[in-house]
Design a protein around this ligand. Structure first.
Ligand code: ADP
Length: 493
């Protein structure tokens, strides 16, 4: 198998921008993951994998094995499970995998590193990043991705907004359910609990994911076991401080389709916090629960938690049917039922959540021009079609649950690389790159022509936001690469 043809403009724009040493040479990358992202990186024309002491032992071993079979096609699909033990990705069939992989041992010798959060925490402070290097994650990304800190930061900005701009403006922050951190805010929570008798609360470990450790309750006595420490993780018997939880008002009236609850996964790429620059991906999916919604059985996680990791363990889970809908399908369904104007407002509400949440940490995140973040937002709609922020992930799952899911993730990740543009193929002025639309560039970004971009968008749309809209990313990429190349040629001639 040979490498795919080079795209227009590829490595031909040397000298157009000050990019350090990357110009007419290959781009060297490292990757801590063995899922879809590795497939994407390996298939990328002109990108070359490098190894080094900072790659995990398991991965180095894999790389050595691949080195031994250098010249044969190797993709992550053939490497078994990812770190979380999830199932393998289905084989890619569209964009062929890179076949020639060679390794360098020098650790500073990379341009791009898709690292895991643990690696970044352990190494960032002692690391000097060179001009040309790009790395996943900002140093303190957890300010937004730990459930307790996210709420703390949002509450702070809401207070500040109320002080400076008044109550009405502060109401635009009413998109996260009432939340308290436990054990530190236990007493305030109890007061609120007594003020609102009969409602349902949800307890969530602040730093866990995939639905682990979550439970719902109606009575205070239901958490006495938790208070006694029964819910402390058994894996860590030496833990000195109790694990931090958040207790949150449970959304009892979710919007249902076919009687089932769902939440929406939204991909957001932040390439800079100062100035804030945010890209929103058009695609995504709704994750449905396997069982019909009811408040009669609040202990049933298959009814109340929409995580795929939870749902796929349900005894009647059908892997062929899965539990996902593309966001486009979801948007179309809602538009057919409620009209385009209502749906436009719903999706505007999701934009508001994204921008407000990023603003809430803008001054706290250690901005670094070498860093970027690809967030997975989880949004729940209630029966009134109000969007609620459930949580924000800095490492959204990149392991695919099926072919469609694989294609989606493959496209998102490829477009992350397209936006970052290490190849220097773009002009830097694009408002759309593949499936990503620039929604914030130190201020809101207006669409050139919203109605043309999204047939179900109302013509009233001015914001450059097209979540759930039509997305012919490959054609759009070809067009912008060609246009940028032509522009650069004219500029140099
Ligand atoms: P995790 O990080 O473990 O996935 P989440 O906060 O995303 O934790 O919660 C897991 C799932 O539980 C969500 O996907 C959603 O279906 C449900 N859920 C969480 N919080 C609420 C809430 N306040 N109201 C209704 N459902 C919720």
């Amino acid at each position: 198998m040979s490498k795919p043809n080079r795209v227009p403009g590829y490595m031909q724009s040397k000298g157009n921008r000050n990019r350090g040493p990357i110009g007419d040479r290959e781009i060297r990358y490292k990757c801590s993951m063995t899922n879809t992202i590795l497939d994407v990186l390996r298939a990328r024309p002109g990108w070359q994998e490098v190894a080094g002491p900072n790659v995990s032992a398991q991965q180095q071993q894999q790389q050595q094995q691949q080195g031994a079979t250098k010249g044969s096609a190797v993709s992550s699909t053939q490497q078994g499970k990812d770190k979380s033990g999830s199932s393998q990705n289905p084989a890619p069939n569209k964009e062929p995998t890179n076949t020639t992989t060679s390794f360098k041992t020098s650790d500073g010798d990379w341009d791009f590193f898709w690292c895991d959060r643990e690696w970044l925490h352990a190494n960032y402070d002692s690391m000097f990043l060179q001009e040309h290097q790009k790395i996943l994650h900002f140093r303190n990304h957890y300010e937004l991705t730990r459930k307790n800190l996210m709420v703390k930061n949002l509450k702070r900005l809401r207070k500040q907004t109320e002080r400076e701009q008044g109550k009405k403006e502060a109401e635009s922050f009413d998109f996260f359910p009432t939340t308290y951190e436990l054990p530190s805010e236990y007493h305030i929570f109890v007061e609120e609990f007594k003020r609102l008798p009969g409602i349902i609360w949800i307890m969530k470990p602040a730093a866990k994911s995939q639905g682990r450790g979550i439970f719902l309750f109606r009575k205070l006595k239901d958490i006495t076991d938790w208070k006694k420490g029964e819910y402390q993780p058994l894996t860590d018997p030496n833990r000195e401080v109790p694990e931090t939880y958040v207790v949150q008002r449970y959304i009892e009236n979710p919007y249902l389709i076919g009687g089932r609850k769902f939440d929406i996964r939204v991909y957001v790429l932040v390439v800079s916090y100062n100035p804030l620059k945010v890209w929103l991906y058009r695609g995504g999916f709704g994750r449905f629960s396997n069982s019909r919604f009811s408040l009669d059985s609040i202990e049933d996680t298959y009814v109340h938690l929409t995580n795929v990791a939870v749902q796929k363990t349900a005894p009647d889970y059908d892997p062929d049917k899965g539990c996902k809908w593309a966001t486009q399908q979801l948007r179309q369904y809602l538009a057919a039922k409620h009209g385009t104007e209502v749906v436009r407002k719903v999706f505007q509400g999701i934009d508001n959540i994204i921008i407000k949440s990023l603003h809430s940490v803008q001054k706290i995140i250690i901005n670094d021009k070498h860093c970027f973040e690809m967030y997975g937002y989880d949004i729940l709609l209630d029966a009134n079609l109000k969007p609620w922020l459930i949580e924000i992930n800095a490492s959204p799952s990149l392991t695919a649950s099926g072919k469609e899911d694989y294609d989606l993730k493959y496209g998102v990740l490829n477009d992350v690389l397209n936006v970052l543009d290490l190849e220097n193929r773009l002009t830097g002025k694009e408002k759309r790159v593949g499936g990503f639309d620039l929604i914030w560039d130190d201020g809101p970004v207006n669409a050139d022509d919203g109605s043309m971009e999204c047939s179900i968008n109302s013509s009233a749309t001015t914001s450059n936001s097209f979540l759930g809209c039509y997305c012919d990313r490959k054609k759009q990429l070809r067009d912008i690469f060609t246009a940028a190349q032509a522009l650069k040629k004219t500029a140099t001639s």
